[in-house]
Design a protein around this ligand. Structure first.
Ligand code: MN
Length: 239
């Protein structure tokens, strides 16, 4: 089995190596990732400029950097390597829960795999002030991959780890909370104005969702789908 590893934090993120070092026990691994950070780039594919694909070995892993988005990395990685079975995206330093899925480059890389008829698994952990503790996650990542690799029916999965020793795994649905979308103005040292976009949630956490599971100390696994059709609305207007 061939595993392509991508991310949106960039080729030199420690999260990518943490994933690569766990994956080989199952199969052949290749890393293809953006040359610089592309967090929150979503599923963009810059169609207005050419892409480059440059060899950048990381430890003993065959790796390539792309001057594009996470989705570009998956497309180029598959094109240049040939048949790939699973795309793993991550481990992202920052959770991808609920509404984050819409902006996430990490989830977009997994979605891109699904659009190419491959399987895509996005993996994220909370960003904290401390260095990420991949050793603590090792056992949980191992279990998650074992479960997901055994079930080829699961095409697209969003996995989120808690920032504590996990209490176990939970199958969840996506949280659909809204956020305030507040714009926070600031000033750089040269006195130039800049802005930050804040996404503080408006509603509380709903039980059974990805956000709820991670808050409770569980690993959240959410099966996603590409079809965004609102089935109930469609049925209502069709009547
Ligand atoms: Mn990221």
């Amino acid at each position: 089995m061939r595993i392509l590893i991508a991310n949106d934090d960039g080729i030199y993120s420690p999260g990518i190596l943490a994933l690569a070092e766990i994956a080989p026990r199952f199969c052949a691994v290749r890393i293809v990732a953006p040359d610089v950070e592309q967090s929150s780039a979503g599923h963009a594919i810059p169609g207005w400029r050419p892409l480059t694909y440059k060899r950048t070995p990381i430890k003993n892993f065959e790796a390539y950097r792309v001057n594009g988005t996470p989705a570009d990395c998956v497309v180029l990685g598959v094109h240049n390597w040939g048949k790939v079975d699973v795309v793993l995206s991550g481990i992202n330093l920052g959770s991808n829960l609920g509404n984050s899925i819409w902006h996430s480059g990490t989830v977009a890389a997994a979605k891109q795999a699904t659009l190419l008829e491959l399987r895509g698994i996005a993996l994220s952990m909370p960003a904290t002030q401390e260095e990420p503790n991949f050793d603590m996650l090792h056992g949980a990542i191992d279990r998650v991959l074992e479960i997901l690799f055994k079930d080829p029916q699961l095409k697209l999965i969003n996995v989120n780890f808690p920032d504590v020793e996990s209490k176990g795994l939970r199958w969840t649905r996506q949280s659909v909370r809204h956020y305030n979308g507040k714009v926070v103005p600031g000033e750089d040292p040269m006195g130039r104005k800049h802005f930050w976009f804040s996404v503080a949630p408006i509603e509380g956490t709903e039980a059974g969702t990805d956000r709820w599971a991670v808050e409770q100390g569980y690993v959240s696994m959410t099966p996603l789908r590409i079809d965004l059709t609102a089935e109930k609305d469609l049925a209502a207007v069709a009547r």
